[in-house]
Write a new protein. Structure first.
Length: 255
């Protein structure tokens, strides 16, 4: 999951490492609660441990990482209640950013959104989960950054910094589904027509409808029906105890 995070030596290393790790967190490249090891990250990034350590301390201050001791650094793991709280904030602020961006988006921005959406669908079909979450992140922030409201975008980035790791839960067990047309398509149509109200509604519907299965999965995790397990290879995966699977299947059958 650290593949592709190489650092350009021409830039300030700490700033570059921070930017790369920050985007990785926002785009769902790390698991909630995942332990991070400075020496492993430094090796993957091709830098010394010092800029990694400095970047991590900055991300701890921003709320994306947690440090319980000098040897224990983990990715922030939101509870369901905190996720829902941040979702309420997202509905307001992402709706506002979309509304403000609608008259400002360039034709090249609209083309970029179309490209990203097509790449998202292709990644989902291929089962390339990291590409899907990264592309979805980029899709949303093309819109938000087009609002030209830098303070608002900074607030949204700080929210996605804490919310982003939950995107790891999406595939393959809680992939976004829509009862009708994909909300991205509805959004792009509204943006192309410069309909700010419809665009705002589409982004809010995307947050709610696209996240329904995530909420269900998080409820199951908090109920102990699903657990996070670290394999021998160090990778974290969702584990579904057989008893919980049988219990849920029986409940579905009765329904």
């Amino acid at each position: 999951m650290l593949d592709g995070l190489a650092i350009d030596n021409r830039e300030n290393l700490t700033a570059r490492v921070h930017r790369q790790l920050r985007e990785a967190l926002m785009a769902g490249r790390f698991w909630p609660g995942q332990r991070l090891r400075i020496h492993e990250m430094a090796t993957a990034l091709g830098v010394s441990q010092t800029p990694v350590r400095e970047a991590i301390m900055q991300l701890v201050r921003e709320g994306g990482l947690e440090m319980r001791s000098s040897q224990s650094i983990t990715v922030t793991r939101l509870s369901l209640s905190r996720y829902k709280e941040l979702r309420e904030v997202r509905l307001l602020l992402e709706g506002l950013a979309t509304e403000k961006a609608t008259p400002l988006l360039l034709s090249s921005d609209l083309d970029r959104l179309e490209e990203l959406h097509e790449a998202l669908i292709a990644a989902e079909r291929k089962g390339d989960h990291e590409a899907a979450t990264l592309t979805n992140f980029r899709f949303h922030f093309v819109v938000y950054r087009s609002s030209q409201m830098s303070d608002l975008v900074s607030i949204l980035e700080s929210i996605w910094l804490r919310n982003g790791p939950l995107l790891k839960f999406l595939y393959p067990h809680a992939a976004p589904t829509y009862r009708g047309t994909h909300q991205h398509l509805i959004l792009m149509k509204a943006l192309s027509q410069r309909d700010a109200a419809a665009a705002k509604q589409a982004i809010q519907d995307d947050i709610l409808e696209g996240g329904e299965r995530l909420v269900d999965l998080m409820q199951r995790i908090e109920a102990g029906e699903v657990t996070l397990a670290e394999g021998e290879d160090g990778e974290i995966r969702l584990a579904f105890p057989r008893a919980a699977v049988r219990k849920r299947a029986a409940g579905t059958a009765r329904a």
